[in-house]
Write a protein that binds this ligand. Structure first.
Ligand code: GLN
Length: 547
């Protein structure tokens, strides 16, 4: 039977609740416990799949094909536990389930209300698979006091009330602002936030206080006393240079001990923190630096490519170098020659994306990397653009393009080297899609196998010819053009097992040029860097030695 930890936030948003949850998960693992992390989000979108990366950051895709919040990426990177569809839910999904049941007549004529119908739906969700782990960590998105979060707060209150005493605890994150004029940390917002939480029936067992300045012992005592939390359970969370410091930093502040104390687990198993010490050693003792350009569309908001940035950091750790990522707006190349902008980088990465805007710039970036022998990693749209570049500039198909852009523009301008996939095989099923289908949840999503060509560059990098990677796209490279492209040296070195869908392309006579239809960044961990990212950074190190 799992123990439940509910994580909430107060005072302001963006306090690093997801990171604190992920770090706590990793610390419980270090003490020998199994964990699963969940995110409950109050927004009304059924899932984040249809939200712009500008609004909500990256969409994190799970093996079982759910489009989830980017916090699930943190959870996976810190615990190595593969997230599932049932680890992420929004108000939209909960309401949609409830309304579907209402239409089906499942509620037998009852009046449907937030309490109990919506709250019961949330409670059922929280309990899914509880027998599988020692600890279930559930993070509630948003901030206490938000109107839309209320059903979630009420549901976790009831959940803890329904369970035997000691099976659930509440951890609350707050901010201690610093007033420079008086040189003081202020505890009042924290007191108010806890008061707000208590007014809806939740008494926190642990307080995690974000602060830019050291929290004096006296202040901790005061917070503990006023908020009715034990002094040892008032945990300081200071700003960190790297998110990967979080497990060791939280351990040092006593977070995992406080959690075990709150559950009355004694004696506490000793933690083994070797994994995180090695991670920190690699981060802090990096020698040298490589510069990688990410040529994309959503460059104003770094969270839009969160997993890619992290995977590059992991690649750096594998090679004991620092990776300096710079964001280059692809649209710049609509007007300007890419050369002066891309010169000086040791590698170029073109990430995934949707829609035509910026794609001509990405094609130019691929061309630059191909012609100059600069390491290039194209991910999803970045692979499709590399193929279009090859088709146009090497194989002589001048009008090569993607159907995606023709659909968007409502006219036919391109030869569809990249086309809309309408039917594919998933396990024992054939999935079918039409062009006008719903936008939400209808892409080729989640983990699919790929077979790599023996002796190819990617087979060497993976050390295997059978891989499984996560997908999120509607369009595919058409195998109709395979012969023409391979004749020019662009090898289709990875295919779906039935041979119908190109998964990987690589230039034969190039030091490092790989395009992948999937998202390798989603599976990279600091303690297990993804082989493609590790080798991409290694190639960047080589380039840096040449210049
Ligand atoms: N827009 C492209 C497609 O749907 C690529 C998607 C992506 O990069 N994730 O196929």
């Amino acid at each position: 039977m799992a123990r439940f930890i509910f994580i909430t936030g107060g005072v302001v948003s963006s306090l690093g609740k997801g990171l604190a949850s992920a770090a706590l998960g990793s610390l419980l693992q270090a003490r020998g416990f199994s964990v699963r992390l969940r995110k409950l989000d109050p927004y009304l979108n059924v899932d984040p799949g249809t939200m712009s990366p500008f609004e909500h950051g990256e969409v994190f895709v799970t093996d079982d094909g759910a489009e989830t919040d980017l916090d699930l990426g943190h959870y996976e990177r810190f615990t190595g536990v593969a997230a599932r569809k049932t680890d992420s839910v929004s108000s939209g999904r909960i309401y949609s389930n409830v309304l579907e049941k209402e239409r089906r007549g499942d509620y037998l004529g009852k009046t449907i209300q937030v309490i109990p119908h919506v709250t019961n739906e949330i409670k059922d969700f929280i309990a899914i698979g509880e027998d599988e782990v020692d600890f279930m960590l559930c993070e509630i998105g948003g901030t206490v006091g938000d109107i839309e979060g209320l059903p979630f707060f009420e549901a976790i209150r009831q959940f803890a009330h329904d369970r035997p005493r000691g099976q659930c605890i509440f951890m609350h994150l707050t901010l201690l602002p610093y007033l420079a004029a008086s040189g003081e940390l202020k505890t009042k917002p924290t007191q108010h936030s806890v008061k707000e939480l208590r007014s809806i029936g939740i008494a926190p067992d642990i307080l995690v206080c974000r602060s830019e300045h050291p929290i004096p012992e006296k202040e901790r005592e005061k917070i503990g006393l006023f908020c009715n939390v034990r002094k040892d359970a008032v945990i300081a969370a200071y700003d960190l240079k790297s998110i990967y410091e979080a497990p060791l930093a939280y351990h040092k502040q006593g977070l995992d001990q406080a959690v075990l104390d709150a559950f009355g687990i004694s004696p506490a198993p000793k933690p083994n923190l070797d994994r995180w010490e090695d991670v920190m050693d690699r981060l802090t003792n990096a020698e040298g630096e490589v510069r990688v350009a990410i040529v994309g569309k959503y460059t104003q908001l770094e969270d839009a490519y969160k997993s890619i940035a992290e995977a590059l950091t992991h690649g750096g750790m594998a090679n004991r170098v620092r990776v300096r990522v710079e964001w280059v707006d692809a649209e710049l190349f609509d007007r300007e020659d890419p050369a002066p902008h891309l010169q000086g980088y040791h590698a170029i990465l073109v990430p995934g994306g949707f829609g035509e805007r910026g794609t001509e710039g990405k094609i130019k970036a691929a061309q630059f990397a191909r012609e100059r022998g600069i390491p290039y990693l194209g991910i999803c749209l970045g692979m499709q653009m590399a193929v279009i570049e090859a088709a146009r500039n090497v194989a002589g198909i001048a009008s090569a393009g993607s159907e995606e852009f023709d659909h968007e523009a409502g006219k036919k301008r391109f030869e569809p080297v990249v086309y809309h996939l309408k039917e594919w095989v998933q396990g024992n099923y054939t999935v079918q899609r039409a062009v006008g289908d719903d936008k939400g949840g209808t892409m080729r999503l989640g983990a699919y196998d790929a077979t790599l060509v023996d002796g190819s560059h990617v087979a060497e990098i993976y050390g295997s010819t059978a891989i499984e990677e996560r997908h999120r796209h509607r369009y595919e490279v058409d195998t109709k053009y395979r012969k023409a492209l391979e004749a020019k040296g662009l090898c289709f070195s990875g295919m779906s097992p039935d041979g119908r869908l190109p998964e990987i392309v690589e230039w034969k006579d190039h030091p490092w040029f790989i395009g992948v239809q999937f998202h390798p960044e989603l599976k990279s961990k600091p303690f297990a860097p993804h082989p493609l990212f590790a080798d991409f950074v290694r190639a960047a190190v080589e380039t840096s030695r040449l210049v």
